[in-house]
Design a protein around this ligand. Structure first.
Ligand code: ISL
Ligand code: CA
Length: 536
């Protein structure tokens, strides 16, 4: 198998509005990111996945793009972007751009022209129908919106200001590939592809994900843009099975490097229920089953995994599955060790490396997220009570991940000089912040730093096979073996003591958040104990 740089890379996701504000307007920006590159270099990551920074009316924080080749004013301009690329490159860090091409903003020049001019080529870049069907938008309500100017309905799988592009139009497809080449020529490290599994949509047949032409489009895209370059491409695919993930990521297929699968994230809500009907606590046996499946059904050379707990759409993992009380640091390290020693490319979401938690949201006024606000509106209209709605949003709403990065114990957590930030700073910033983490040699940060370094140094993390080990219900244990070595990873996903049978000789402690001698002497795991040892 040909090895690529991303096989040994760890990627760090930045949500630009919330990372670092350099000019005191309360919103993060590109110069803010540049100012923090030394910090990221210290963490050791190979690349930044940059959530969208393109020109946008920001109805969905940049996932509604009005110009793919311009930078949003709030973030800076193209000169800042080029400076970011250059400064990052000097530190050995690549920039992965967010490619949002299932839809544009309704303020994109294409949509404006499409609306105004029935004879324009752009009219067919979007999806128009005389009559809507009953397909729904991810952000509540119908997926169809009537347009007065056109006298027809357009499709929008997300917000009304995010009209879906018509990928059956060949001219449109090539405009997108040209735009991708514009960014490739600027020296980017790859693309994270937003809701990529929707490109083959066939709304008349009510097909959203995995339409029949999807993989033809991706092969065409690969050939027309990134295929000749050593770039990382990762598709966001909510409904992927290991089989589907192989279709995308088998190197012979010449599509993508990897996809984000969300099967484990599905455990955050009750089975077959909307995300707002969230599940209390983590179903550890189910998590084991799911990771075992993904680790064993994407064999080396036939596909590649991505590994993540968090992103800008998800609750903070410590709040939903870890411990935000006295075991905050211990559980954060345990979850990190569990994830980062599996096969795949790990992703860290900003703030995860210092153990940031959900925000204690109390009212709708504190929120910005279109998905949460639309949900609240719809639920209220259906007679649901406000307490329940706020409870759901507080647990799984997207703004939890989007509050400002906590840098220091000073004003606005060191994120901004402004008295008003676009989302409020989590009040726990006085305890949880980067400055404190860097000072404490035992902090979560240094566990992540070690895991990132291990990923770079340890060929076995790529090559070794994966075997789930039978263990106590709340203990996740697995073995990774190559021809010459064998590693054991054991993690207690609870705050209860657990029995463990550790009879093999310890050749080397690779990483641990606990006193291993104690574990061996007592054959007992303490709350959230986690370690990796070499046993052969
Ligand atoms: O966040 C979600 C589930 O909790 C979905 O509602 C989300 O919209 C879906 O994961 C797709 O996400 C991507 O596309 C959206 C954008 O709002 C998300 O931020 C992005 O990650 C539309 O572009
Ligand atoms: Ca700013």
């Amino acid at each position: 198998m040909k090895k690529h740089w991303w096989h040994t890379a760890t990627i760090y996701q930045i949500y630009p509005k919330s990372f670092m504000d350099s000019n005191g307007d309360g919103i993060g920006d590109l110069q803010g990111i540049i100012a923090k590159l030394d910090y990221l270099q210290k963490l050791g990551i190979s690349a930044i996945w940059l959530s969208p920074v393109y020109q946008s009316p920001m109805d969905d924080n940049g996932y509604d793009i009005s110009d793919y080749q311009a930078i949003a004013d709030i973030f800076g301009d193209m000169t800042d972007m080029e400076e970011l690329l250059a400064q990052a490159s000097q530190r050995g860090i690549k920039i992965i751009m967010d490619l949002v091409v299932n839809h544009t903003s309704d303020e994109h020049a294409w949509f404006i022209e499409a609306r105004q001019n029935a004879a324009s080529a752009e009219r067919d870049y979007y999806i128009w129908r005389d009559q809507p069907n009953d397909m729904l938008s991810t952000f509540s309500g119908s997926a169809w919106e009537y347009d007065d100017q056109v006298g027809e309905y357009y499709l929008h799988f997300f917000g009304k200001k995010q009209p879906d592009l018509n990928w059956e139009n060949e001219e449109l497809r090539h405009k997108i590939y040209d735009m991708m080449n514009f960014w490739i020529d600027k020296g980017i490290g790859g693309f994270r592809m937003d809701v990529i599994d929707l490109l083959g949509k066939l709304p008349d047949q009510k097909i959203r994900e995995n339409g029949p032409k999807l993989h033809d489009y991706l092969k065409e895209m690969n050939q027309a843009s990134f295929g000749q370059h050593d770039l990382l491409t990762v598709g966001e695919t909510w409904g992927a099975t290991p089989e589907i993930a192989q279709q995308y990521s088998n190197p012979d297929h010449q599509e993508l490097s990897m996809v984000f699968q969300f099967e484990h994230i599905g455990l955050q809500h009750k089975p077959n229920r909307p995300k707002w009907d969230y599940a209390d606590g983590l179903d550890v046996p189910a998590l084991k089953r799911i990771f075992n499946k993904w680790q064993t059904q994407l064999p080396l050379g036939e596909g590649w995994n991505s590994l993540f707990w968090n992103n800008h759409d998800l609750p903070r993992v410590l709040s939903i599955w870890g411990d935000t009380g006295s075991y905050r640091e211990k559980s954060a390290k345990a979850l990190a060790i569990l994830l980062h020693l599996m096969r795949g490319t790990p992703y860290i979401y900003q703030g995860e490396e210092i153990g940031m938690t959900n925000y204690p949201f109390e009212s709708l006024e504190q929120l910005e997220d279109i998905e949460s606000l639309n949900y609240a509106k719809e639920a209220l209209a259906n007679g649901e009570d406000m307490d329940g709605i706020m409870d759901s949003i507080g647990a799984v709403g997207r703004d939890n991940a989007r509050t400002p990065m906590q840098w220091t114990a000073g004003k606005q957590a060191g994120f901004s000089n402004s008295d008003h930030t676009w989302l409020p700073v989590n009040p726990n910033y006085t305890d949880i912040n980067v400055a404190a983490a860097l000072e404490d040699q035992n902090s979560i940060f240094y566990t992540y730093q070690r895991l990132v370094a291990l990923r770079q140094e340890s060929g076995w993390l790529v090559d070794a096979d994966f075997e789930l080990i039978d263990s106590e219900e709340k203990v996740f244990a697995y073995r990774r073996s190559t021809k010459s070595a064998s590693y054991l990873v054991v993690v207690n996903l609870s705050d209860q003591m657990q029995e463990v049978k550790l009879t093999c000789p310890v050749k080397e402690v690779v990483i641990a958040n606990t006193d291993l001698d104690q574990v061996i002497a007592t054959q007992t795991l303490g709350a959230w104990d986690a370690f990796c040892i070499r046993v052969v």
